[in-house]
Design a protein around this ligand. Structure first.
Ligand code: IMP
Ligand code: MG
Length: 187
């Protein structure tokens, strides 16, 4: 683990970002997920639905490593900061392409409680896709988790219960541009 900038001041505390998974390692993980999806969906054209905003970098790298054709769409649900309570998730942006009879793969950046992913899967399932799977880059080893690990068919890396940033993932809209996966630490 290496110490990296940028530093950001949050109230009285200095927050710094530490690297957890290097750019090279994260791209290897993405490449492996792409290979598995390519094998499993050979001869098919799945519809990938990315969960905004955090999954935009992951999805962009994933599709460019796929050897099968895909279609892409996006959904957005309320994030941590917007929620009034843990269970309250609101749909902010819905997918627009038809889902019925399609092979659908939900692309999520990180799962903490799993409530966002469960919400999105339930909504898509009600539209009768031919198949529905999820592809999650990071799975937090969190005591808050509500979905079993083995229900996620394409799973990248497990991460400890820290606040993850980088590779599209933010802390109050900061650090999405970092090419690696890191975590914020209060100094
Ligand atoms: P969940 O509903 O608790 O699983 O949270 C999922 C969503 O919250 C993810 O799609 C992320 O956008 C966000 N999230 C969860 N954990 C983190 C984190 O450690 N850093 C930044 N965002 C996170
Ligand atoms: Mg997300």
């Amino acid at each position: 683990m290496s110490d990296t900038s940028p530093l950001c001041k949050k109230s009285r505390f200095i927050m710094s970002v530490k690297q957890l998974i290097s750019e090279k390692e994260v791209l290897e993980v993405v490449g492996n997920l792409a290979r598995r999806i390519g094998r499993d969906y050979q001869g098919k054209k799945p519809l990938l639905i990315g969960c905004l905003t955090g999954s935009f970098v992951f999805m962009a790298d994933l599709v460019r490593r796929l050897t099968i054709p895909v279609e892409c769409d996006f959904m957005k649900v309320s994030s941590y900061e917007d929620r009034m309570s843990a269970g309250e998730i609101k749909l902010l942006l819905d997918a627009t392409l038809p889902v019925k009879d399609r092979h659908v793969i939900v692309i999520e950046d990180i799962v903490d409680t799993g409530q966002s992913l469960t919400f999105i899967l339930e909504r898509l399932r009600s539209k009768n896709p031919k198949s529905l799977e999820s592809c999650v880059l990071l799975y937090k080893e969190s005591p808050r988790i509500t979905i079993p690990k083995n229900s996620i068919l394409y799973l990248g890396s497990a991460v400890p219960d820290v606040f993850i940033v980088g590779y599209g993932i933010d802390y109050a809209q900061n650090h999405r541009e970092l090419p690696y996966v890191g975590y914020v630490e209060r100094e």
